[in-house]
Design a protein around this ligand. Sequence first.
Ligand code: 5GP
Length: 189
Amino acid sequence: MDLLKQRILEVGVVVSDQVLKLDAILNHQVDPMLIMEMGKEFARLFADELPEKVLTVESSGIPIALAVAYELKVPMVFARRKKTLTMDQDTYSERVPSFTKGIVTDIMVSSHLLKKDERILLIDDFIANGDAARGLIRIIERAEAELVGVGIVVEKSFQAGGSSIRERGIRLESLAKIASLANGRIEFE
Ligand code: 5GP
């Protein structure tokens, strides 16, 4: 997606060789026009997989997952990172290392929100080592739902997450692939 790459070059801040900050469009402030365009693109890419639900993890996955779900006209579910008073007791919970926080957190989804054999499209903002995606995939497996694909806004292809998911035979599509963040420069693949 050329528009996304252009915006990344305009507003992206290289925090280190490993981390890109996109707080101006995706991770803190959200650009609704860009998000909706990305939603259309993911919906186009995965329409043939007939997803019945979009799954992501809070918080940065939510805007993009909502845009995709809106385009596909299906519900969106986000895994929570904290249990709330209103949340059901019956949850699928997985322990996931957080790339940006440097800690291990639990992510959870109420079990009644994922049905057996339901076709699930997984959406997230970034993929680095793939821990968040793998945690969500384990939740989908425990629900005996069917993962139909993974859509990622920014794949840092110099990290192993994207290839480790594809090696499992899972279809992963990313809208921008970053080959390097070395020397403070953003280089696309
Ligand atoms: P992973 O679990 O694949 O190692 O990391 C993915 C998660 O960490 C994403 O959900 C995203 O929120 C966060 N993340 C990973 N790399 C980056 C990055 O370079 N920039 C930002 N803003 N978030 C990242």
